[in-house]
Design a protein around this ligand. Structure first.
Ligand code: ADP
Length: 514
């Protein structure tokens, strides 16, 4: 063990040295310094296990040594015991604040006390070192986790894009196919294919949502919407399923309920789709009822009841877990066990809670209440745009910038069928070229494209070309972060793929050009 005694008194150094040898054996290495400067020189050449430091010198003091050897992290590089004269407790406390590990008054110095103090200082030093290592480990783990979180978030964003884009293309192609002449068998095949694609899109959305929740990035997007229309729209495809199973599907919405609300209509639709879809899936006979009621504090209560197989008490505790499926059923093969988990997460993101009541053999009722403040009907559907022309029959020139050929073909066909003039660009650079040549009223801009992407192209349109025409993002990812990014670079709104021909036409009809 190596000690450094720093003291300007020869006698004190001698006494300290003697007690150290007596307590720690003859094999210890003891160096001495008469002043802090000398100690610094020694410390620059070698390391010590413990410094015994007198505080008072002629022109300097021991604090300066503590200050000089302290590391950037405020820690001393070795155990330090401060030696003070009697009555100097205050000085001792100051040195402890500077990082010294213990102190001893010279008047009470003897072998046993010195041993105790040195051992305590060494322990204290070792513990602080261990703490420091642990803190560094924690810091590193934290950084790794943040990095992984970021990777995960990026993965979710790109998975969302990569998975939804081809499904969007498939749905568009099917819509085009439906518009052609088909015999009865082909028509049935297309209908079935469409049902499969719809359910694939739902599952993809559920998986993406689960990943979003795990990555802590579940987002909602409040927007003015017509609650009654939205519910009827959500139920439309489900009515077909109910009819196929000869079930009655009814909605109950009080007439006096104010229909215009501020909320995330897409999320509400997703929740109803899952709950009503389940109610139909797990009911063989009877009915499914969707009830909507006004509640306190701008809340709306949604209940979905069925007269189906019900859920046992044991299963009720687990149905909200990811991938849980009660073992008794689902011959449809359409289950992923994710639907209710998604509902729980979405409802939570909308500041509500999902509850269930059920009687096996009698049926189930799923209920949630979320804040949906009632609002005045919006004057125009796209309030961001200033009203001017846009008569439905007026010939609108649309620039479509989309790198996925299938999607751009589908959109082009949909638009041309609805009488729009369409210019197609396969990346942002091509879009900018077309803008220089042609008169364009509105741009539908994909975000991720090669060469110049949609964000950069929009920035150039706004800042360099100084054009004010509406630029609408076309994206497979409809979440707040994406929306903010689009608005930040100068786009006016975002449209989420897949889009039916009707949705697209209705949207463009509602755009009032500057
Ligand atoms: P799944 O894809 O299996 O329907 P969900 O998460 O939507 O996944 O539901 C989980 C389980 O909860 C289902 O497998 C089913 O056992 C049960 N369940 C959900 N809704 C109902 C319902 N309305 N009636 C009976 N059982 C239901």
């Amino acid at each position: 063990m190596k000690f450094l005694i720093v003291d300007d008194s020869y006698d004190d150094r001698l006494v300290t040295r003697r007690y150290l040898s007596q307590e720690f054996g003859q094999n210890i290495d003891i160096k001495q310094a008469c002043a802090p400067d000398e100690a610094l020189e020694l410390l620059a050449q070698e390391t010590f296990d413990c410094i015994l430091l007198d505080l008072h010198y002629g022109s300097s003091n021991g604090y300066s040594l503590l200050e000089s050897i302290k590391g950037k992290d405020g820690e001393l590089p070795t155990a330090v015991v401060v030696m003070t004269g009697s009555g100097s407790e205050e000085a001792a406390v100051s040195s402890l604040k500077l990082g010294a590990h213990d102190y001893i008054t010279k008047s009470s110095l003897n072998g046993a006390v010195l041993r105790k103090v040195v051992e305590y200082a060494l322990n204290c030093y070792n513990l602080r070192q261990e703490l420091k290592t642990r803190q560094e480990d924690l810091e590193r783990i934290n950084q790794e986790l943040n990095h992984k979180d970021k990777l995960k978030t990026n993965f979710v964003a790109s998975a969302s894009h990569e998975l939804r884009t081809p499904v969007a293309a498939m749905l568009g192609l099917l819509e085009m196919l439906e518009g052609t002449e088909l015999d009865a068998q082909q028509s049935q095949l297309v209908t079935d294919l469409r049902a499969c694609s719809d359910s694939l899109l739902l599952t993809v959305d559920d998986i993406i949502d689960l990943a979003r929740v795990e990555a802590g990035i579940m987002e909602t997007r409040p927007y003015p919407f017509h609650l009654v229309d939205e519910i009827q729209e959500s139920l439309r495809p489900l009515r077909v399923l109910a009819r196929d199973k000869k079930l009655i599907l009814e909605s109950h919405i009080p007439d006096e309920m104010s229909p215009w609300r501020m909320g995330d209509r897409r999320r509400i639709r997703q929740i109803l789709n899952n709950l009503v879809g389940n109610a139909i899936k797990y009911t063989e006979r009877g009915r499914v009822d969707v009830k909507v009621e006004e509640s306190n504090n701008n809340h709306v209560i949604f209940s979905v009841s069925d007269t189906g197989i019900g859920i046992s008490e044991k299963d009720r505790k687990r149905i909200f877990e990811p991938f849980f499926q009660a073992d008794q059923h689902d011959e449809t093969g359409k289950s992923s066990g994710l639907g209710l988990t998604t509902c729980v997460n979405l409802i939570k993101a909308l500041n509500g809670e999902l509850t269930v009541e059920s009687e096996p053999g009698e049926g189930s009722t799923f209920q949630f209440s979320i804040p949906l403040p009632s609002i005045q009907p919006p004057a125009v559907k796209c309030p961001d745009f200033v009203k001017k022309k846009a008569n439905k029959n007026e010939h609108l020139h649309v620039l479509l910038a989309e790198d996925n050929t299938i999607i751009s073909n589908v959109l082009q066909a949909q638009l041309e069928k609805a009488n729009y003039t369409v210019y197609v660009a396969h990346d942002g650079a091509e879009a900018l070229e077309i803008l220089k040549r042609e008169h364009v009223d509105v741009i539908l801009m994909d975000c991720q494209m090669p060469n110049v992407d949609g964000y950069e192209a929009t920035r150039i349109i706004r800042q360099e070309l100084e054009l004010k025409l509406p630029v609408i993002a076309l994206t497979a990812d409809a979440f707040q972060s994406q929306r903010e990014r689009c608005l930040e670079c100068g786009m006016d709104d975002i449209l989420v793929k897949p889009l039916s021909a009707n949705e697209l036409d209705e949207y463009l009809t509602n755009i009032r050009l500057k």
